[in-house]
Design a protein around this ligand. Structure first.
Ligand SMILES: Cc1ncc(COP(=O)(O)O)c(C=O)c1O
Length: 330
């Protein structure tokens, strides 16, 4: 039996499972999409599922303030700040990277949320140190701070994607579908870890393929496996072990994390122009580039799913590059 932690209801579930008819015709593979970009509050995206568990844990510990960290255009930070505000928590975001002159995209929404923004960290390690310092400062002020890790990826947050796998299985069974491959963007590894644990718990076929948007495949695969094991333990699956190493592909990163090339823009344009669905430049644009490539090479089997993890608010901070990029085949 699975012993989930307590959970808040912060979004409307299940998210839609939709066919991609035009792209399926073009590529000769039956393609579907799971719309976690439509988890409505706070601009949508995959982090809401994790935050349902993390913010429930914060509440149970009587937290009065929430701290988290991420890149300047972090979707995770944006969703955390807005949902923490909704629940009445003071929010602090440690944003890694240079403070931009313009507040655009996710950073604009962070500002709207009323969260306190902390700039100055150049690396994830520096960000973690600043977040720890903030914990102490807030405690010294009589507050009860709760630290949400990078990407919301710890054994509590990951439970959001264990439950998401069960949700997908119910939808697929109701429509007599099974998928040969399930492809999604992977970064801190929590989404993939949750899906892999869910697959072992609830069954259901399909290779789960994470497309890395930054870390090397071997590093990320190790992190996903570790997170999966810790999450399984947290929900009472003592004899859990993954049947094989997590599959991560790192050849679609392009010039680097959050750095884009024409291929990513082409993938973003292609989904917008065929199916009216928006991707983001940092995560799903790269993952979809991989999805298209694998489909066109016949490596996704007969029926495949792209798990859309959100991020479209970041599109607006790439307006200059997107409008000056040249149309090309994805
Ligand atoms: C839009 C989007 N997709 C995918 C991911 C990656 O998810 P995970 O960190 O769980 O690997 C993120 C993480 O920030 C994200 O913002």
């Amino acid at each position: 039996m699975v012993l989930f932690n307590s959970r808040l209801s912060l979004t409307s579930l299940p998210t839609p499972l939709e066919a991609l008819p035009t792209l399926s015709r073009q590529l000769g593979v039956e393609l579907w999409i799971k719309r976690d970009d439509l988890t409505s509050p706070a601009g949508g995206g995959n982090k809401v599922r994790k935050l349902e568990f993390l913010l429930a844990d914060a509440n149970s510990r009587k937290a009065t303030a929430v701290i988290t960290l991420g890149a300047v255009q972090s979707n995770h930070c944006r969703q955390t700040a807005l949902l923490a505000a909704k629940l009445g928590h003071e929010a602090h975001l440690v944003l890694i990277g240079e403070e931009p002159i313009d507040r655009q995209g996710n950073l604009l929404l962070d500002t709207l949320s009323g969260a306190t923004l902390h700039f100055g960290a150049r690396t994830l390690e520096e960000g973690r140190a600043i977040a720890q310092q903030l914990m102490e400062t807030l405690r010294a002020c009589g507050k009860e701070p709760y630290l949400i890790p990078y990407g919301g990826s710890d054994p509590i947050g990951v439970q959001g994607y264990v439950a998401a796998w069960a949700e997908l299985q119910e939808q697929a069974q109701a429509r007599s579908l099974s998928f040969d491959c399930i492809v999604h963007a992977s970064s801190s590894g929590g989404t993939q870890a949750g899906l892999l644990v869910g697959q072992q718990v609830y069954g259901g076929s399909g290779q789960v393929i994470g497309i890395s948007v930054g870390p090397p495949a071997t590093t990320l695969a190790r992190e996903v496996a570790a997170l999966a094991g810790q999450t399984a333990q947290a929900i009472g699956l003592d004899s859990f072990s993954l049947s094989s190493a997590p599959i991560i592909l790192d050849q679609y990163i392009g010039p680097g994390y959050a750095l884009l090339d024409e291929t990513t823009y082409a993938a973003i344009r292609r989904l917008a122009q065929t199916e009216a669905i928006l991707l983001d430049p940092v995560y799903t644009g790269k993952a979809f580039t991989g999805f298209l490539r694998l489909a066109s090479e016949g490596r996704l089997g007969k029926r495949a799913l792209f798990w859309h993890t959100g991020g479209a608010p970041a599109l607006y901070s790439y307006a200059d590059q997107l409008t000056s990029s040249q149309p090309a085949a994805a």
